[in-house]
Structures are given as structure tokens and as C-alpha cells.
Design a binder for this molecule. Structure first.
Ligand code: B4P
Length: 182
């Protein structure tokens, strides 16, 4: 099963991706984690990504598509995968289409819907380096301008399913399981 987890910052994409991947024994492909690893390793990609991530912007489509392309070609993705936090722009979504072969069709785009004000508290409590009020505000702005347009994009394909993310983690997962038939 090939799934995209989609939603604003702190909506619980990473949290639910772990649950789904454990249940289905498929890999978890988080572009946020991949980019944080690149930053930690000090690679060229990491150097380019660091400042953008600290500002709450989006790393270039070119960089993100190249790391996803490399990862999705691994053998462990042949039985399915969960994409967490990717695509985040229309350009990334069309880029993803061209990376996938016919057998790798995306079946579900799970949109986790949350209230922005409540999420601020969640993220500040987590305390990652980009979880400070200024960066969080920018991350939301970025989401609203660049990522929201993916909602009609996937709605048109009839693969978008909205999940209420303002519930306990276990309850959110129950709702996801119902949608994907687990
Ligand atoms: P991400 O790593 O994707 O970070 P995120 O959107 O903030 O996290 P997520 O929604 O996964 O939240 P989580 O489950 O952890 O991106 C970070 C940055 O990387 C971006 O700003 C961007 O710069 C860059 N980037 C990543 N992908 C990119 C792309 N495709 N293109 C360009 N740039 C890209 O949950 C957050 C917290 O809430 C946790 O502490 C969790 O325990 C808690 N929580 C989760 N669900 C909860 C619930 N139901 N109730 C209460 N708490 C909950």
C-alpha cells in the first residue's frame, strides 16, 4: 500500500506514519527526517537545507525530489511505503508522479486536519530546534501558501481522505485504520 500523510506542521504526520508502518511492515519515508539527517551530517544538501528549515521555509523542490527519488528506489519500497511530509508543493506532487512506475500508484492521501492555535502548544512542548514561535508561524504561512493547494489536487483524483487530528493519538490512528481498511 502506498500512502501519503499530509497536514500542517505538528499535525501528527510523523506520529501516525510510525503507527501505519509498524502495522503494515512498510518503510517510513519522512523528508523532514531525511533533511535533518543531512543537516546533522554536514553534507552539501544539509548545508543548503539548514537555514531554510530554521526559518520555516521549504527546502528546494529539486533537492527534496532528488532525496526521495534515491530513497524510493530502494528494494524495501517495492511492497509499499508511507510518505510523510512529502509532497509539500504542486511541483513536488507532479515530480512524484514521474518517479513512480505504474505498480506504485498512490492509493491514499491522508490529510490530518488540526486547529492552528492548539498546535502551537503541541510543538512548543516538543521543543525541536524549529519549534519556536517565530519559526512555527512561518511554517504555517508556508503550509497555507504552498502546501494547501495539494488538497484540491488530490481531491480531484478522489484519493484524499480527511482525518480529525484533534483527538488522542490512538483515536486518530483508529480513524486512519478505518479509511485504509486495516
Ligand atoms: P517535518 O519533519 O515534516 O515536521 P512537521 O510537519 O512539524 O511534523 P509532523 O506533522 O510530522 O508532527 P509530529 O507527528 O512530529 O518538517 C520539518 C521541516 O523540514 C519543514 O518545515 C521544512 O523546512 C522541511 N521539509 C520537510 N519536508 C519537506 C518537503 N517535502 N519539501 C520542502 N521542505 C521540507 O507531531 C508533533 C508533536 O505533536 C509531537 O510532539 C507529537 O508527539 C505530538 N502529537 C502528535 N499527534 C498528537 C495528538 N493527536 N495529540 C496530541 N499531541 C500529538
Amino acid at each position: 500500500m502506498n500512502i501519503i500523510l499530509f497536514g500542517p506542521p505538528g499535525s501528527g504526520k510523523g506520529t501516525q506514519a510510525v503507527n501505519i508502518c509498524e502495522n503494515l511492515s512498510i518503510p517510513h519515508l519522512s523528508t523532514g527526517d531525511m533533511l535533518r539527517e543531512a543537516v546533522a551530517s554536514g553534507s552539501d544538501i544539509g548545508k543548503k537545507a539548514k537555514e531554510i528549515m530554521e526559518d520555516g521555509g521549504l527546502v528546494s523542490d529539486e533537492i527534496v525530489l532528488s532525496i526521495v527519488k534515491e530513497r524510493i528506489a530502494f528494494k524495501d519500497c517495492s511492497n509499499g511505503f508511507v510518505l510523510d511530509g512529502f509532497p509539500r508543493t504542486i511541483n513536488q506532487a507532479t515530480g512524484l508522479d514521474s518517479l513512480l512506475d505504474v505498480s506504485q500508484k498512490i492509493e491514499y492521501v491522508l490529510r490530518i486536519k488540526v486547529d492552528e492555535e492548539d498546535i502551537l502548544k503541541r510543538l512548543i512542548e516538543r521543543g525541536r530546534s524549529d519549534d519556536n514561535p517565530v519559526t512555527i508561524k512561518n511554517r504555517f504561512k508556508t503550509y497555507n501558501s504552498q502546501t494547501q493547494p495539494l488538497i484540491p489536487f488530490y481531491e480531484n483524483r478522489k484519493i484524499l481522505f480527511t482525518i480529525n487530528g484533534m483527538q488522542e493519538i490512538e483515536k486518530v490512528f483508529e480513524d486512519i485504520k478505518k479509511v485504509i481498511g486495516l
